[in-house]
Ligand binder design. Structure first.
Ligand code: PGA
Length: 255
């Protein structure tokens, strides 16, 4: 399976900045064959970045969405709107949405179902906090998040869901010296997630599931993380803001 390297630009880049980053990126990775690449700009820049990436293999993704197709939801964006401007991916349940906007598993599950209905591929984020990890609750937390967020998803639909394991304690929040999970710790959790999928779906679904890692992925650590058998890609925040760093991470996924 091709590794998926997705850029999460979070609340960064005006439209001209986003377009210029996309321009730079498409030149830097034009020869990439063995990795799938997606960029997730803020809503305001989606259309312009999408136009810039037309006729390239780089896919477009959003960072969030409402679960309804339309309606009286001031300030929100619907799956139809995202689909209409060429999005293929949508990040759902990111820990920053969970923490700052109080999104819970029930809401995230509605979004997952809605994304699938609208033929968008959800990148469903799960991850434990440092406190939960220190009290040996990491597995329990991930089990619960997955069970709730994937409620009513069937095995066929699961082929179109990406799971992003993002330990909250490893996410850089823009601070460049935050440490990622070690490759062993990340691999252990990815293996656990794959086993979980095997239990609630079946072994073929688990084997084919794309489970990507997020949390301080940088050019310096990408290769070792991506070399682990159960790590099928990366969701990259801070290091994706710079096209050159992001392109280096894509290169690491090619090997
Ligand atoms: P980071 O963010 O790479 O800056 O740690 C990852 C994410 O939050 O998706």
């Amino acid at each position: 399976m091709k590794k998926l390297i997705a850029a999460n630009w979070k609340m960064n880049k005006t439209v001209p900045e986003a377009v210029s980053a996309a321009k730079e990126l498409k030149l830097l990775i034009k020869n990439s064959k063995n990795a799938e690449v997606a960029v997730c700009p803020p809503f305001t820049a989606l259309e312009a970045v999408g136009k810039e990436l037309e006729k390239t293999k780089i896919k477009l993704g959003a960072q969030n969405m409402h679960f309804e197709d339309s309606g009286a939801y001031t300030g929100d964006i619907s799956p139809l709107m995202l689909k209409g401007i060429g999005c293929e991916y949508v990040i759902l349940g990111h820990s920053e949405r969970r923490e700052f906007f109080k999104e819970d598993d029930v809401l995230i599950n509605k979004k997952v179902m809605s994304a699938l209905k609208n033929k968008l591929t959800p990148i469903l984020c799960v991850g434990e906090t440092l406190e939960q990890r220190s009290s040996s609750k990491a597995r329990e937390v991930i089990d619960k998040q997955l069970r709730n967020c994937l409620d009513k998803v069937n095995a066929k639909q699961m082929q179109n869901v990406v799971i992003a394991y993002e330990p909250v304690w490893a996410i850089s929040r823009g601070i460049s010296n935050t440490k990622p999970a070690t490759k062993e710790d990340a691999e252990e959790m990815h293996k656990f997630i794959r086993e979980f999928l095997g239990n609630i779906f079946d072994s073929a679904t688990a084997k084919n599931a794309r489970i990507i890692y997020g949390g301080s992925v940088k050019p310096e650590n990408a290769e070792e993380l991506l070399s682990m058998p159960n790590i099928n890609g990366a969701l990259v925040g801070n290091a994706s803001l710079n096209a050159k760093s992001f392109a280096e991470i894509v290169k690491a996924a090619e090997n």
